[in-house]
Ligand binder design. Structure first.
Ligand code: BG6
Length: 510
């Protein structure tokens, strides 16, 4: 398979992209405000952006360039966590930001964009390199793609390349993902398409591959002969905020499991790729997703649990129940929590359960992957109690407090043979002393460099929707049994504990 865009070959290792223009649809939306512009600002602060780098933002509201830039400035100011706002960087970055009020469904908006690009590109010397970003509501994606095609904005003229980043969710289910892909591929070649899942841009997530495949000691035990089970937790201590319009139609399964969690699962369980090329890595990911056992209706009933938060307290503050959140439909059955047991049907993982859970309004924000090893085959120290001889656990702490911990058993100092679990700990913060880049910084830069390794290929997107399909169908068909409830600030519904208890296991306490 052709690896990258032919206009981009040979640029993967250099981290200095060619001049280009980033055209954002959804210029005043939540993603642009909270993630994209702050990430670009930080890239410019670290001098990763090429000279002449240009942002052209489109959205519905009428605004001048100056008004738009002033609005962005307050967003950047708000999100600059540990570094003070740097006025000089901001001013030089902001000079290259332009705003066009647009109606995404009206072809004349695209004509306006064509005319604007023909003026701005020579002036800013971006060489006709264009990167489109779909950061709108997903319901606008198809119209934007079609209109880009009709206005010939998809065409790579001469030396300039054209690429498009499509924000998740890519579809609402298998059928709509396929339909969307049909639209995309009628206008763009696959090498031009970058389907983003921002979890792949997190340092700790990329480190899973380095940990597994740049070290000799772990891979030989990374299989059913040594591992008892894997648990993936993505807990958030916030509710849905102002996102009811999106979330109430989506739910935890679509919002977190189909994308972020299955990506984490794929990275910890995939086979080593033959090399680190984009296609080799992405092929292994697709292969493992295709090896996960599909659910029968009975399987959905036994091995999946959904839940919805009701009132409670998080960190001492009272939190609303999901049904009380502004914009949520009365009596909504949307899940804000999901727990699932997966099995992978291949030689490496046969019979090793992979338990995943994710939820909003939980006690903490914590994402981790825990690999629990089997117990020792023959235990010498009979005087130790069961708690003292817990299994070894290796934990990838994805966020916050990024790091890796290995739990093992040690002898308590003293005259008797008492034991206790202890931790060997690696922390990014203290080891490297560096601020970890935000996922979007890495991914935007990769895309400018033409490196699709950390972006989703359509076969993986389809495989993950295919897996979700029976669960979505069964949950949707059941309109009468009550949705299991959990108090805000708790670790999810009782049913999720029972899911593991039936297999003599329990969720890790975090
Ligand atoms: C997004 C989901 O993709 O990921 C959100 O739509 C979720 O609902 C977010 O809160 C979590 O991302 P992060 O990087 O904060 O873990």
């Amino acid at each position: 398979m052709d690896e990258t865009n032919p206009l981009r070959s040979g640029r993967r290792l250099s981290r200095s992209p060619e001049p280009s223009a980033l055209i954002i649809f959804g210029g005043s939306g939540d993603l642009t405000r909270r993630k994209l512009i702050p990430a670009l600002y930080r890239l410019s602060q670290q001098r990763f952006l090429p000279a002449g780098f240009t942002v052209v933002a489109l959205s519905r509201s009428p605004m001048s360039n100056e008004q738009y830039r002033a609005m962005l400035r307050t967003w950047v100011d708000k999100t600059a966590e540990d570094s003070p706002f740097d006025l000089a960087t901001w001013e030089s970055f902001a000079q290259g930001i332009f705003y066009i009020p647009a109606d995404y469904r009206d072809p004349s908006s695209y004509q306006k964009l064509v005319n604007f690009m023909s003026e701005i590109e020579p002036a800013r010397r971006t060489g006709g390199n264009r990167l489109f970003y779909l950061a709108t509501a997903p319901s606008d994606y198809a119209a934007i793609i079609r209109n880009l095609g009709s206005a010939n904005l998809n065409v790579e003229n001469g030396s300039g390349w054209v690429q498009i980043i499509i924000e998740k969710p890519f579809g609402q289910d298998l059928k709509s993902a396929r339909e969307l892909n049909k639209e995309v591929s009628s206008v763009f070649r696959e090498q031009q398409v970058y389907r983003i899942d921002h979890y792949l841009g997190k340092e700790t997530v990329q480190n899973i591959l380095v940990f597994r495949f740049a070290n000799e000691i772990f891979e030989p035990i990374w299989n059913r002969n040594f591992i008892d089970n894997i648990q993936i937790t993505a807990a958030e201590n916030l509710g849905i905020g102002s996102r009811a319009a999106y979330y109430d139609d989506s739910g935890a399964l679509r919002d977190m499991v189909q994308s972020h969690i299955l990506q984490l699962l794929a990275l910890v369980t995939m086979e080593p790729p033959p090399n680190f090329s984009a296609e080799a890595v992405r092929s292994e990911k697709a292969k493992i997703l295709n090896s996960i056992r599909p659910f029968s209706p009975e399987g959905v009933r036994r091995f999946s649990v959904r839940g919805q938060y009701n009132r409670g307290f998080i960190g001492g503050k009272e939190a609303l129940g999901y049904l009380e959140e502004p914009g949520v439909a009365p009596g909504s059955r949307t899940e804000t929590y999901a727990a699932i047991r997966f099995l992978i049907d291949n030689w490496r993982w046969a019979d090793v359960p992979v338990y995943i859970r994710t939820g909003k309004n939980m006690p903490k924000r914590e994402t981790e992957i825990a690999i629990t090893f089997q117990r020792t085959p023959h235990f010498l120290f009979r005087q130790a109690s069961a708690e003292q001889v817990e299994s070894n656990v290796l934990v990838f702490r994805i966020q916050p407090d990024e790091g890796i911990t290995l739990k093992f058993i040690a002898k308590l100092p003293g005259q008797s043979m008492e034991m206790q679990p202890v931790n060997m700990d690696f922390r990014y913060g203290s080891t490297f002393g560096l601020h970890l880049a935000e996922a979007y910084e890495r991914l935007l830069l990769d895309c400018m460099l033409g490196d699709p390794t950390l972006f989703d290929r359509i076969d993986s997107v389809e495989a993950s929707w295919e897996l979700m399909e029976p669960i979505l169908r069964a949950w949707n068909a059941d309109q009468s049994s009550p949705i299991p409830q959990y108090a805000s600030g708790s670790w999810g519904p009782r049913e999720a504990d029972e899911l593991l208890a039936r297999e003599n296991r329990s969720w890790r306490s975090l």
